[in-house]
Design a protein around this ligand. Structure first.
Ligand SMILES: *Cc1c(COP(=O)(O)O)cnc(C)c1O
Length: 490
């Protein structure tokens, strides 16, 4: 793109007096600033960009073309599950009948919307083997906080105020300890053993009557099934604690097993990962929380319930033991709609294939690439797995270099430098919906990069070469991002 308008800010393309819109006559025409209270008037007109329509359209179209998304190519981002997002989901979410709803409108005017909300709660309960779900939390981390608040409310309801410790494996996603801390609970780390799963002996040494719960991610962030769950859940329950399941990435479990059957009491699901919704950079998300029978009274309000006459209503009133409201209204309804459309489109039968296919795809890539990339934990994985960089690091090519070079070949990078258990983590998740051709294409490119790392290491270290912006200083970009245009007074 050699156009000299390209790369500029919209404000830099502005020419005073130029217009790109034509508005209908306003019913407020004729009102003058004099009709408004003086204290609400600004002293000077706002400095907004003034551009013609083609300039605006091209500006934003060109920007959007710089972004790599799931609709551009393969997106093997481990632990974040960016999968196929069926277009029908977007159509459903954009339907005016849903998009135009007001959260405060009377229940009798939005029975259909409430029914979907209620049915999704029931579907998630059936999928996970738990009793009841709330769809109110707006992200995975928000779900974790809600779930921990449920657990705390449960202990307090029994007059047990001593339980303030949350046991969290060292392989956990960073949001787990963060949510526990935000909830005012104390984080106690549990070690992993050499095979990447929870070290049960270390766990035993940390069990006492101060334990509120154990948070487990399964498959864990190394993509491994925590095979000691039966023993772990028995130990934790025996000491009076509850079991929390981080189900952000539930893909590999779909159709295979259910957290409720494994002995978990509380869990969250990331609808925006497992049940599709394009997301990134902070949203949009939805982190429903499910509980086993007996813990329902502690769930947040408002609640959507089905009344005896078959109609749906919103209960905001006082539930004695509820932890109260954890956000605005009902959470992120557009994400709820997408998950609902996704589940119905898939159907029971196909939903049961998600887990096995996600697992097959990940293992296939792992086995094809293990001669070139270092596999620190050599066991069958679930939906994702971790390499510890290139097997041959003699030319100094790092995981960062490999990730950047992938962009030149038209692939999004995997998750890198997470989990923290290894120095050169490269975490790959293909998801269940990719074709064999797509996956083979990725494998071929990963082989090419490994070869280049030997024969032409500088090419890899200098990548990307084909993107509008090359390497950024990512520390500076994270610590000192420039995200807004600052008006400088002439
Ligand atoms: C993504 C993720 C979370 C956090 O979810 P957000 O929606 O980003 O808050 C928590 N745990 C695991 C294992 C995850 O992959």
């Amino acid at each position: 793109m050699n156009n000299k308008l390209y790369g500029k800010l919209i404000i830099e393309l502005s020419h005073p007096g130029r217009k790109g819109y034509s508005l209908p006559h306003s019913e407020y025409e004729g009102y003058t600033p004099a009709d408004l209270p003086a204290n609400l008037l600004r002293g000077k007109a706002p400095e907004l960009p003034e551009c013609d329509e083609p300039t605006v359209v091209r500006h934003y179209t060109n920007h959007s073309a710089n972004n790599f998304g799931v609709n551009n190519g393969f997106y093997p981002l481990g632990s974040c599950t960016m999968k196929y997002n069926p277009v029908i989901n977007e159509e459903v979410a954009a339907m005016q009948q849903f998009a135009g709803l007001h959260p405060l409108q009377p229940a009798e005017t939005c029975q259909g919307a409430l029914r979907i909300y209620h049915e999704l709660q029931s579907m998630l309960a059936a999928i996970t083997g738990l009793s009841q779900f709330t769809l109110n939390p707006c992200a995975g981390a928000h779900g974790e906080l809600t779930g921990l608040m449920v657990i705390r409310a449960y202990h307090q309801s029994r007059g047990d105020d001593r339980r303030t410790k949350v046991l969290i494996p060292d392989s956990a996603h960073g949001t787990n300890p963060a949510s526990a801390a935000v909830c005012g609970l104390e984080v106690v780390e549990v070690k992993s053993q050499a095979d990447g799963t929870v070290d049960v002996d270390d766990l035993k040494s940390k069990l006492d009557e101060g334990v509120a719960c154990m948070m487990m991610t399964n498959p864990n962030t190394l993509g491994l099934f925590e095979h000691n769950i039966p023993e772990i859940q028995t130990l934790v329950h025996q000491c009076g604690g509850l079991m929390y399941y981080d189900g952000a990435n539930l893909n590999p479990m779909l159709g295979v097993c259910r957290p409720g059957d494994m002995g978990f009491d509380v869990m969250h699901i990331n609808l925006h990962k497992t049940f599709s919704t394009p997301h990134g950079g902070g949203g949009p998300g939805s982190g429903p929380v499910g509980v086993r029978a007996g813990l329902e009274p502690f769930l947040p309000t408002p609640r959507v319930v089905k009344d005896a006459d078959g109609t749906f209503s919103v209960k905001t009133g006082r539930y004695e033991q509820s932890l109260g409201s954890i956000g605005q209204f009902f959470g992120n309804y557009a994400v709820v709609l997408r998950a609902y459309a996704y589940i119905l489109t898939m159907g029971r039968e196909n939903l049961g294939l998600v887990g096995p296919l996600a697992t097959l795809n990940a293992n296939y890539i792992k086995e094809q690439l293990r001669d070139d990339y270092l596999l620190p934990i050599d066991s069958p994985c679930m939906h994702e797995f971790v390499f510890d960089g290139l097997r041959d690091k003699s030319q100094g090519v790092t995981t960062m270099d490999v990730a950047k070079r992938l962009l030149d070949y038209g692939y999004h990078a995997p998750t890198i430098y997470f989990p923290l258990l290894f120095h050169e983590s490269l975490m790959i998740e293909p998801t269940e919906n990719e074709s064999k051709e797509t996956i083979d294409g990725f494998i071929e490119v990963m082989h090419s990069i490994a070869r280049e790392a030997q024969t032409n290491p500088d090419e890899v270290k200098g990548a990307p070469h084909s993107t509008p912006i090359g390497r950024v200083d990512d520390v500076l970009a994270a610590k000192n991002p420039v995200l807004t245009w600052k008006h400088t007074q002439a």
